[in-house]
Every structure is written in structure tokens, then in C-alpha cells.
Design a protein around this ligand. Structure first.
Ligand SMILES: Nc1ncnc2c1ncn2[C@@H]1O[C@H](COP(=O)(O)OP(=O)(O)OP(=O)(O)O)[C@@H](O)[C@H]1O
Length: 266
């Protein structure tokens, strides 16, 4: 079967194991039988020409779109990508191609929001500001500051998100994603709109996150960045998976060369 030859076998180190994902929009088959397996500590790239289905795939695994078919497993547990917050709870955190921060909140508050996915004090605790709630908030703020330091924007903790540079806003989104303690961090075109220096810094940050034994799924248009960073890559074209493997293998693949060059990158 196709998935068995394209994907390495899932085992105890597998973080994400999805297969048979299909998604149709009206008359358009956006994804056909797509599956990937990501091992713990890997940076896994998803590439393909415009309209290949990358964002649709991301939206399906993170609960924004309901797939027509597919099986989903995160760290060995089946999960149903039926709602974004359920997927976040299950352990996938994501960033967006178009940055989605709370513009009027501070950088610190934005990260604290991410952390609340994992907190215990309920709404009543928040309203009555119980001692348990206050202690938890202090711990969350402390952890949020650590994460801002980690992504390199600790000094901007009290700045409103909208006042940060584009590159720093992307870092802030990553800090917020990390705050959920995810099994998998899904980054949707993190280098989009970045200048060369910001891209180098982003690459260092992603490398650091990997070294800290996190697992990353990356959609990226910058093929050079993908090839330099990723352990494995899947290439989509017209919603189909045309190649899977190491960057070196994928770069040599005839179908990939054809998809990018042969048809003018459609
Ligand atoms: N919500 C939607 N409704 C209808 N069609 C959609 C929707 N989302 C995506 N599509 C279509 O599905 C196909 C795949 O789009 P998708 O955005 O997933 O590709 P992509 O690989 O992420 O492209 P890009 O690199 O341009 O972002 C495209 O033909 C697109 O027009």
C-alpha cells in the first residue's frame, strides 16, 4: 500500500501519525489520501507549489477543517480534529501564515493566554480571584516570561503585541505555541515576510527548539530554509503526496523537479 511505502512505520517515538486524509471543497479535491509520520525531535517539512494543499492539510490536522476521511494519532493516542481547542488540548500548537496575536495585549499576556490551555482554576476562580487562582496566575506569568526570553524577546514583555516588529511578532507566536506544552508545534510559513537576517535567526531558533527535544511540522515556501532545517520532507502537488524522504532524496526526485519547474510552479 502507498502509505506503508511512503511513511516510516509508527513506533513509540512517533509523535504524529496521520493517514488517508482527503478533503474536497465543492468540485475541487484539495487533498487525496495524504499521510505523514513524524518522530519525536524531528523537524518535518511540508512543501509544494502554490495551491498544492499545504494549508488545507494543516487546517485539517489542527481542527479548522473537517476532513472527508483520515485517521489521526498523536503520541500514540487517537485524536479527533473536530475543534481547534480540542486539538490544542490533545497537544498540537500552531502558528498562522497571517499572524494572529491579540494586538492590544502585551507580549507577556499573549503567551499567558497560550498557557491557559493547561491551567486548572476555572472561571469562578478568575472572577473571585481566589488564592489558588492568584498563585496559578503568578506561575503562568513566570513561565511566560521564561518563554519570551527563550525566543529572544524577553525585553518586550510589557510591549503591546502590535508594536513589535514583524519578526518579533512571529517569535511571539512561537512562544505562545510553546506555552501550551505541545507534543507538536505546527509552524505555518514562519519565514514569510522576513528579511535575510530574521530568517537566519529564525533558523537558529527552530534548531534550538529541536535540540530541546520538541517536534516541529513546518510549512514553508523558502525551499532553502526547508532543505537546511528539516529531517524529512513531504511534497504535495495538486493535493497528492508526490514524494517523502530526506531533503537530499526529495531534491533529486523527478516528480518534485517536474512539479516545481516543469509546469512553471503553477
Ligand atoms: N476554504 C476553502 N474553500 C474552497 N477552496 C479552498 C479552501 N481552502 C483552500 N481551497 C483550495 O484548495 C486548494 C489547496 O489550497 P491550499 O491553500 O491548501 O494550498 P497551499 O499549498 O497552502 O497553497 P499556498 O502555498 O498558495 O498557500 C486550492 O486550490 C485552494 O483554492
Amino acid at each position: 500500500m502507498k502509505e506503508q511505502t511512503m511513511n516510516p512505520t509508527a513506533n513509540k517515538d512517533t509523535v504524529l501519525n496521520v493517514s488517508g486524509i482527503s478533503k474536497r471543497f465543492g468540485g475541487l479535491q484539495a487533498l487525496t489520501d495524504v499521510g505523514i509520520t513524524i518522530q519525536r525531535g524531528q523537524v518535518y517539512g511540508l512543501i509544494g507549489p502554490n495551491g498544492a494543499g499545504k494549508t488545507t492539510f494543516f487546517n485539517v490536522i489542527t481542527g479548522l477543517y473537517t476532513p472527508d476521511s483520515g485517521t489521526f494519532e498523536l503520541a500514540g493516542m487517537p485524536y479527533q480534529p473536530t475543534a481547534v481547542h480540542e486539538v490544542a488540548k490533545a497537544g498540537i500548537a500552531r502558528t498562522f501564515q497571517n499572524i494572529r496575536l491579540f494586538a492590544e495585549m502585551t507580549a507577556l499576556e499573549n503567551v499567558m493566554v497560550g498557557r491557559h490551555v493547561r491551567t486548572h482554576s476555572g472561571l469562578l476562580g478568575a472572577i473571585f480571584r481566589t488564592p489558588g487562582f492568584k498563585a496559578e496566575e503568578a506561575a503562568i506569568a513566570g513561565r511566560a516570561q521564561e518563554l519570551l526570553d527563550y525566543v529572544g524577546i524577553g525585553k518586550y514583555a510589557d510591549f503591546k503585541a502590535r508594536t513589535l516588529s514583524y519578526g518579533d511578532q512571529r517569535r511571539l507566536e512561537i512562544a505562545r505555541a510553546l506555552a501550551t506544552d505541545p507534543q507538536l508545534i505546527a509552524l505555518d510559513e514562519p519565514a514569510a515576510g522576513m528579511n535575510a537576517t530574521e530568517k537566519v535567526q529564525l533558523r537558529e531558533l527552530i534548531d534550538q527548539i529541536r535540540k530541546d527535544n520538541r517536534t516541529i511540522l513546518l510549512i514553508e515556501h523558502d525551499v532553502k530554509l526547508v532543505m537546511g532545517l528539516c529531517d524529512r520532507v513531504t511534497v504535495l502537488d495538486y493535493g497528492k503526496q508526490i514524494a517523502e524522504g530526506t531533503p537530499a532524496d526529495v531534491q533529486k526526485n523527478e516528480k518534485v523537479i517536474e512539479a516545481y519547474l516543469g509546469t512553471g510552479g503553477h
